[in-house]
Design a protein. Structure first.
Length: 202
């Protein structure tokens, strides 16, 4: 009996060291060496400060920014500091879903001064399954160019060039769709504006 207890204790200690210390340490070292940016959350820096993660959407609402897709969990940016992730879980026959889609469509058309019969990309009227998706389609970004350019006093061609610059191709050329990371695009817009102010000051 005592022998079995001692063997059990040894097994617990050995496997605790392997799975609780050695394995996590090896994986952490590999991640930090080979995938440091992604292992640390794909953080986005501006002026030496963290402004967000390229993996998570943020609630941009000003006319001078590109807007992300709607979120069912307020983009997980609650005052509690807890990162929430949730879809609306509304089915195709839901009256609430229909109302949300109609309201989001009207708000997008009105906010971007589009014709009332404009076709709005689906991601701009429906929340994602996670509520945290950072990307929109190039079509959704292009519909916002005129508003952003007018608000910032920039030529539309320059804003369009930024949209093109931050349009990501499908992964490995065939997985998913082309997409635009809203946070990265908006940070680039701010950097362009900061550069113009600096040039004017000089």
């Amino acid at each position: 009996m005592i022998k079995l207890v001692i063997q059990s204790i040894k097994q617990t200690v050995i496997w605790g060291l392997i799975t609780g210390i050695a394995y996590p340490l090896v994986i952490t070292v590999i991640a930090q060496v080979a995938f440091k940016d992604r292992a640390n959350g794909s953080l986005v820096m501006r002026d030496g400060k963290i402004v967000g993660s390229a993996l998570l959407a943020q609630p941009f609402t000003g006319t001078n920014y590109f807007w992300p897709r709607p979120s069912a969990c307020s983009y997980g940016t609650g005052a509690s500091g807890i990162l929430a992730s949730s879809g609306s879980n509304l089915g195709p026959t839901s009256g609430t879903l229909r109302t949300n889609v109609m309201d989001n469509t009207a708000a997008f058309i009105s906010g971007n001064n589009l014709p009332t019969n404009a076709v709005v990309p689906p991601e701009m009227v429906c929340a994602s399954a996670s509520g945290l998706d950072p990307h929109i389609s190039p079509a959704a970004a292009r519909l916002q160019i005129a508003r952003v350019a007018a608000s910032r006093g920039m030529p539309q061609e320059k804003v369009k060039a930024l949209v093109d610059q931050f349009t990501e191709a499908p992964q490995w050329g065939f997985l998913g769709q082309a997409r635009v990371n809203v946070l990265l695009l908006n940070v680039a817009l701010d950097e362009v504006a900061a550069g113009k102010r600096q040039a004017a000051a000089n």
